[in-house]
Design a protein around this ligand. Structure first.
Ligand code: GDP
Ligand code: MG
Length: 175
């Protein structure tokens, strides 16, 4: 009799977007349930782990990779993207120029990753301003093959679990 023989799947998810949009805050909120207003100034690659009891036979372990400062150079090395199963692109609703950068991050990702991966787009800081959602966002996601988009708040814990669920469900179904 084999009990507790749950399968464990590990997926790497990269979180990209301009400096200050809330990537680290979203990761910490999702993986650790915490939020802090202090900027993290560490440089390097860092990741957080979230373990999910996905279904009767499966645990899913999500490795959320945080660029921790390197995004200020405008692009990342292919080592950061390597073996990623999915990507999250974040922009900041209070700074419209960070939405313009989404295209650049999409290009950076797709030019450095071997296979096509599911991507979600997060319009973060929705607690401050939701009237700023770009009117072209639905069209933008369609045209750029982005799976889904959400208005999120790492501060208020809005839509982060929901967004992650859609992303992980897609990774799992494609797996
Ligand atoms: P990163 O550079 O993309 O990792 O951004 P951080 O997570 O370091 O966040 C940058 C700043 O924005 C910090 O002061 C955060 O506290 C703040 N911030 C992050 N998410 C939110 C949010 O959802 N709402 C608000 N109001 N501020 C946020
Ligand atoms: Mg950060």
């Amino acid at each position: 009799l084999i009990r507790n023989a749950k399968k464990e799947l590990m997926f790497k998810v990269v979180v990209i977007g301009d400096f200050g949009v809330g990537k680290t805050s979203i990761i910490k909120r999702y993986a650790e349930g915490i939020y802090s207003t202090s900027y993290k100034i560490t440089i390097g690659i860092d990741f957080s782990i979230k373990k999910l009891n996905w279904n009767e036979n499966t645990h899913i372990i999500i490795q959320l990779w945080d660029v921790a400062g390197h995004e200020r150079f405008g692009s990342l090395t292919s080592v950061y993207y390597r073996y990623a199963a999915a990507a999250i692109i974040v922009f900041d609703l209070t700074r419209p120029e960070t939405f313009k950068s989404v295209k650049k991050w999409l290009y950076d990702l797709r030019s450095k990753i071997a296979k096509s991966v599911p991507i979600i787009l997060l319009a973060n800081k929705g607690d401050v301003n939701i009237s700023n959602v770009p009117s072209c966002i639905i069209d933008f996601c369609d045209k750029n093959d982005i799976l889904a988009w959400f208005v999120t708040s790492a501060k208020d814990d809005t839509n982060i679990d929901e967004a992650m669920f859609i992303l992980i469900k897609t990774i799992y179904e494609d797996y």
